[in-house]
Design a protein around this ligand. Structure first.
Ligand SMILES: *Cc1c(COP(=O)(O)O)cnc(C)c1O
Length: 377
């Protein structure tokens, strides 16, 4: 017998916010509409064309020729876990730069593979120098060196070429987290010699959360092919998933079809704008935001040369209540900005200008909202 329901909930009508936090970011209507297209079967010949186009566009955005480039089903953290569980196994060693929440998470995920992990702790709000990372190494040889390219918890952009040199000296593959940098800052996988990278759809790609683009160099693929142990995660095992995204088209798990349509449209929009123009737009709008914040007497964290364009961290002035201010912005302006994480909780705001949300209108709205909020204290 059917259980009586006190009341069937009404159909959802979420408010239209301006999302200027650390993600998810504002999504273009064209991307939302792409999700509303008819669902195809995951082996439909029409869908196989979509898959091939997706992989080609992902390679263009990652600036790579890597054959093994595809979206994982899951958010950015699933991409992180995919890289760790496929590249590491018991007996391996990983050197991981930890100067924020996402470096901390990488180390935790890496340890769960059974590999020996050396965490090099850096200052929150600063990038690593290669010498700092080198000084933290406990062995001459490592299998993997991993750093976060865009640390969304602190607002820091980590230079990659010098970390590549260190990885070469240690005989290691290089993994980078580019969840917040991809399509917001240049991510040059081939030119920098990056062996593995993961991103997410919900930051500068301006697509709803739910997919994680990953790419692996031929050297990384060789390491996976030499594994002595099976990948612990069946769901994220690339040796199985490659069968679906490659020539065989064999079933592993049902691809999230409509999410992939969304990503198709999001990538198309990125390439239509052009990578250089997009990076320039992110730089221009974040510069305007920082200038306006300075005029309000607010202090932007992170030395100028190490700042991220898609995400700005701001010190909350003494006497200003973090939670109350953010609630005020949401209620009065429909504007979401982010609070701090870890040691930055309660003393830092994180303001995102990502993808479709990196606009002069958003900069102006955010500055006006903050001015209003600060005048009420
Ligand atoms: C957002 C983010 C992640 C995690 O992505 P989820 O989509 O939350 O799983 C990982 N790394 C960085 C740098 C991020 O900004």
């Amino acid at each position: 017998m059917q259980q009586p329901l006190s009341a069937i909930p009404k159909a959802l009508t979420p408010s239209r916010r301006t999302l200027m936090g650390p993600g998810p970011s504002d999504v273009d209507d064209a991307v939302l509409l792409a999700m509303a297209r008819p669902t195809l079967g995951h082996l439909d010949p029409e869908f196989l064309v979509v898959m091939d186009q997706l992989r080609e566009m992902m390679r263009a955005v990652f600036q790579t020729k890597n054959d093994l480039t595809m979206p994982m089903s899951g958010t950015g953290s699933a991409g992180m876990e995919t890289c760790m569980v496929n590249l590491l196994e018991p007996g391996d060693r990983a050197l991981i730069g930890v100067d924020g929440v996402f470096g901390t998470r990488m180390a935790e995920v890496a340890r769960r593979t059974g590999a020996e992990v050396t965490e090099v702790k850096g200052e929150w709000g600063r990038a690593f120098t290669a010498d700092q990372l080198r000084a933290g190494a406990e062995h001459d040889r490592y299998d993997l060196v991993a750093v976060v390219h865009a640390e969304t918890s602190t607002g820091v952009l980590q230079p990659i070429p010098e970390v590549r040199e260190l990885a070469d000296d240690l005989g290691a593959l290089l993994l980078i987290d580019c969840v917040t940098s991809l399509a917001g800052h240049a991510v040059k996988i081939d030119e920098w010699g990056v062996d593995a990278a993961y991103s997410g759809t919900q930051k500068c790609l301006s697509c709803p959360p739910g997919l994680s683009p990953v790419t692996f160099s031929p050297r990384a693929v060789e390491k996976m092919d030499r594994r002595k142990h099976k990948v612990q995660s069946w769901y994220l095992d690339l040796s199985l998933i490659r069968g679906y995204w490659g020539e065989e088209r064999s079933y592993h798990h049902t691809a999230p079809i409509n999410m992939l349509y969304a990503m198709h449209e999001a990538l198309r929009l990125v390439l239509e704008e052009g990578l250089e123009a997009r990076f320039e737009r992110h730089a221009r709008n974040s510069a305007a935001l920082r200038e306006g914040l300075a005029e309000l007497g607010l202090e932007v964290r992170v030395p100028e040369a190490e700042r991220l364009n898609p995400l700005t961290t701001v010190a909350i002035p003494d006497g200003v209540d973090d939670g109350k201010t953010r609630r005020f912005l949401l209620e009065k302006y429909g504007l979401e900005i982010g609070g701090g994480l870890g040691p930055m909780k309660g003393n830092t705001w994180r303001i995102g200008l990502m993808g479709a949300g990196s606009t002069m209108q958003n900069v102006t709205l955010c500055l006006a909202g903050l001015k209003d909020a600060l005048s009420r204290r």
